[in-house]
Design a protein around this ligand. Structure first.
Ligand SMILES: Nc1ncnc2c1ncn2[C@@H]1O[C@H](COP(=O)(O)OP(=O)(O)OP(=O)(O)O)[C@@H](O)[C@H]1O
Ligand SMILES: [Zn+2]
Length: 465
């Protein structure tokens, strides 16, 4: 036997060993998921796979900050896996190697992050960081297809990592189970080559923008709500940063999230896929010459996609301009008037003596106290569920539809009127409208916490959505 053939044999055995190791990792992950489903999310923390590493800032050693190992060649199993991309003219081995040697950070494992992270993992990105502080909820699953029913209550970052690993054990996934904020963002962003904003709040958008500018990283930003979505690459190839386009944050009360506004599941899926595509194009240099653009998607329009050309970066931008005044991360909660974690805050717009609790309203029902219950949610929500005998007039329509309230009171102008909504926020201005229009001489009060609290504290069979 010649030395050469021995070398070939060694190489082959090494590749077989690498393939077996990958298989063992995938099997271990599958096993850990089974354990989780049977014994609760906690079990998983003790049995994570080799290439899923954890960064919970102090709890376990992190790997995002261990140097990312770049390689000189793909292994045979990788060549077999990525074959259809490798034979793609204009992509080929070089682009695949670029992906393998690239690290990306997906912030948010929700609607956008689900499709984005899965496709990036599948495509062969070398290291993928996943940031999310939240846990999987049943109401996520119509769009966050990276998670599943058995993983309810599990950390989204970890669940996403497991799905990616099961799909492609060649991708190293780093789990960041934390709220990304000023104190930790820069260090994490600096550890990756490309940043993907798949979050749902303004404070994190500015935070990621600033950290990406300071760390000189391209930022692939997406958003989706209802039937619409948006996609932009910031801080890349002379293009603008987020602050060039939006120097001041919108008033927090004008920002709607999916939980309040609704979203068709496939819409964030589409935008997340586009984010993955743009990140791949950046990693492989495919879009270096493209001018900066913003892509708008609307499921309702016949053309669906529209692309707007953007100006280059603004020389007087306070973040990415010629003489920036922001040189380190700031307090984004104060700047935006909202935080990454306050979803729908409980508002206190009227005094407590003008409100009743769910418990008091239940007593009132038990004693058959005559009254009118006005439900001010939108009709689509009222159609899902409602309390018996309630009258539905959405808050926005109320000033013009007071006649309907009067008609229901039917001349009994001293009847108390109680107002309910989903969470006890819209019901408060409705109380004011009824009072100002002298709708009754009886009391007008709203139900604290709305129907969500009714379901939580009084009637567990009342649906929550
Ligand atoms: N600063 C942040 N740090 C870590 N994760 C974040 C941050 N901001 C947002 N996220 C995560 O980004 C994801 C956004 O997902 P998505 O827009 O689908 O909303 P959601 O919170 O999952 O759902 P819903 O609005 O229906 O409750 C969420 O999982 C959220 O926890
Ligand atoms: Zn700028």
């Amino acid at each position: 036997m010649t030395t050469e053939s021995l070398e070939v044999k060694v190489k082959r055995l090494e590749q077989e060993k690498a393939a077996l190791e990958q298989e063992v990792r995938a099997l271990r992950l599958e096993q850990s998921i089974a354990v989780t489903a049977a014994a609760g999310a906690q079990q998983l923390y003790a049995s994570s796979g080799d290439t899923v590493t954890n960064d919970s800032r102090g709890a376990t050693p992190s790997s995002a900050f261990t140097p990312f190992e770049r390689v000189a060649a793909l292994t045979n199993p990788e060549i077999a896996r990525y074959g259809r991309q490798l034979i793609l003219p204009g992509f080929g081995i070089q682009a695949q190697m670029d992906l393998r040697n690239c690290s990306m950070l997906v912030v948010g494992a929700g609607g956008l992050g689900a499709s984005c992270a899965l496709y990036l993992g599948a495509a062969g990105v070398g290291r993928l960081g996943i940031v999310d502080h939240d846990t999987v909820d049943i109401s996520n699953l119509h769009r966050q297809v990276i998670h599943n029913e058995a993983r309810q209550g599990m950390s989204k970052a970890r669940s996403a990592a497991l799905s990616i690993q099961l799909l492609n054990p060649h991708c190293e996934v780093v789990v960041h189970e934390l709220v990304l904020e000023s104190s930790n963002a820069q260090e994490i962003v600096n550890a990756y080559d490309i940043i993907i904003d798949a979050t749902d709040n303004v404070a994190t958008r500015y935070l990621l923008n600033d950290a990406s500018v300071l760390g000189q990283k391209p930022l692939v930003s997406g958003s989706a709500l209802r039937l619409d979505g948006q996609l932009t690459i910031y801080n890349y190839s002379g293009g603008p940063c987020y602050r060039c386009l939006f120097p001041t944050p919108p008033p927090s009360e004008t920002v709607t999230n999916c939980s309040d506004g609704g979203v068709l599941g496939v819409v964030p899926g589409i935008i997340g896929c586009l984010q993955a595509l743009e990140a791949i194009k950046i990693a492989t240099g495919l879009n270096k010459e493209d001018p900066p653009t913003m892509t708008l998607f609307s499921a309702n329009s016949s053309t669906m996609f529209r692309t707007i050309k953007l100006r280059k970066r603004k020389p007087d931008c306070i973040m990415c301009g010629d003489a920036p005044t922001i040189t380190k991360l700031i307090d984004y909660v104060r700047f935006c008037g909202s935080s990454a974690t306050d979803k729908t805050p409980d508002l206190f717009l009227i005094p407590y003596n003008e409100r009743i609790t769910c418990q008091s309203y239940k007593e009132l029902l038990k004693d058959s106290v005559p009254h009118l219950l006005l439900d001010v949610r939108e009709k689509v929500q009222f159609d899902i569920c409602s309390l018996p005998s309630s009258l539905n007039i959405p808050l926005k329509a109320l000033p013009n539809e007071l006649e309907k309230v009067k008609a229901r009171l039917d001349g009994q102008n001293d009847r108390p009127v109680y107002v309910v909504c989903r969470r006890g926020n819209d019901s408060q201005p409705a109380v004011r409208i009824l009072q100002e229009n002298g709708i009754t001489t009886g009391e007008v009060k709203d139900i604290v916490g709305g129907l969500e609290r009714w379901s939580n504290t009084i009637d567990p069979d009342f649906p929550k959505y």
